[in-house]
Design a protein around this ligand. Structure first.
Ligand code: TXA
Ligand code: MG
Length: 365
């Protein structure tokens, strides 16, 4: 098999250059009501032909490829300039397809079934031992595969019509903010992919929660939280004990989703733990990324802000803040500021995932 670039599994921190990446005139197709069937057909035709397509999910837009076609999956890495040591999530069209991508050990099968019946289709990704048919490129040579079933009607219809699992990372260039609308995908990947399926804004706005499962004799299993997301620790606790990911050794590269610097706007972002910590530099333009907005923020009056954007104006609802986070970060990134100052949110429920994204966005490499 001929791949368009050199691939290294597991060992190198090599970033793929994608220098011979094909150039496309990217089309955007609407998937609303009357156009639904047509959009599904166009997307499936391209996926069958081994192409990549940007697709809406309930979390963020994904860049999908036939998970069993390594050459198609290679195009995902090239379009995103994603390093080959960062594995992709595999999306299945129905729960019965799980056995075609993962092998569920007996010790955790009851737990897996309970999680699936509670949270699928939906924003929970499970890390499970991989089926040998899943190409190594998808899992970056790991013995495990990350699997979920999307709840988005358009994604589900495409997944089912294709009849094969879809490998799909978020549809942004590597290290950048995940897209929650078709126009955000276009800003990230225009000219790099043939098609964007537009189904409007994503209903969750943050990438799925990712866990792995460790069985325990006579006790509830441990869920290792690889990424906080829309399914909260509180929701998972009914099924197992939620714990942090164990520290891996220094010579074992972390997947970029777990790297501190990620989801980064181009404009520097500071997460300001307290209003009194603010030390503005003269002549610089600062914008405030606020939770509830200027009338309800202890940060509003500490500076003559160039702009103030609220995640959940007035009411302060975490679900709304999650949906609007990436959209607002993009908006502020495009506003010509020298620095974005973000307020912290309380770390309960969805606040954990929002704070996780803000912390990572605030770290510079
Ligand atoms: O909501 C989502 O999860 C979106 C939509 C498109 O489904 N997808 C998404 O994919 O966020 P991506 O590639 O941006 O993030 C997937 C994360 C990465 O941090 C990757 O390292 C991790 O999942 N991952 C994938 N397979 C893994 C594995 N076998 N073990 C540990 N982490 C894995
Ligand atoms: Mg991503």
């Amino acid at each position: 098999m001929l791949l368009p670039f050199e691939l290294k599994f597991g060992i190198g921190q090599q970033r793929l250059t994608g220098h011979d990446r094909p150039v496309f005139e990217t089309q955007t197709i609407q998937a609303a009501d009357d156009d639904f069937k047509n959009a599904v057909r166009e997307a499936v035709t391209l996926l069958r032909a081994g192409e990549v397509v940007a697709l809406p999910t309930e979390t963020v837009y994904g860049l999908g490829a036939d998970a069993f076609n390594p050459e198609a999956v290679a195009k995902v890495f090239a379009a995103k300039e994603r390093p080959s040591f960062d594995p992709l999530i595999v999306h299945i069209g129905s729960v019965t397809d799980l056995k075609s991508v993962a092998i569920v050990p007996d010790e955790i099968s009851d737990t897996v079934n309970r999680l699936i019946s509670e949270f699928w289709p939906g924003p929970l990704t499970l890390i499970l031992p991989k089926h040998p048919d899943v190409p190594d490129l998808v899992t970056s040579g790991l013995p495990t595969v990350a699997v979920r079933q999307s709840a988005h009607p358009v994604f589900r219809a495409i997944n089912k019509e294709l009849g094969r699992p879809i490998a799909a990372p978020s549809a942004n260039r590597f290290g950048r903010i995940s897209p929650t609308s078709a126009s955000a995908v276009s800003k990230e990947l225009d000219g790099r992919i043939p098609l964007i399926v537009d189904a409007g804004a994503c209903s969750e706005g943050l990438e799925s929660t990712i866990i792995s499962i460790e069985p325990r004799e006579g006790k509830k299993p441990i869920f290792r939280l690889h990424r906080a997301g829309p399914i909260t620790k509180e929701q998972l606790q009914a099924f197992g004990k939620v714990e942090k990911l164990k520290q891996v050794s220094a010579d074992q590269p972390l997947a970029p989703g777990q790297l501190p610097s990620h989801y980064a706007p181009l404009t520097p972002l500071i997460l300001l733990e307290s209003p009194t910590d603010f030390k503005p530099e003269p002549g610089k333009k600062y914008g405030l990324l606020s939770y509830k907005g200027e009338d309800d923020s202890p940060y509003a009056d500490i500076h003559d802000w160039e702009m103030i954007e609220a995640l959940s104006p007035g009411s302060g609802k975490l679900a709304e803040a999650a949906i609007r986070l990436f959209f607002t970060m993009r908006l502020m990134d495009e506003a010509g500021l020298d620095c974005i100052v973000a307020e912290p949110l309380s770390e309960t429920g969805l606040g954990v995932a929002i704070m996780d994204r803000l912390r990572r966005a605030s770290v510079r490499e």
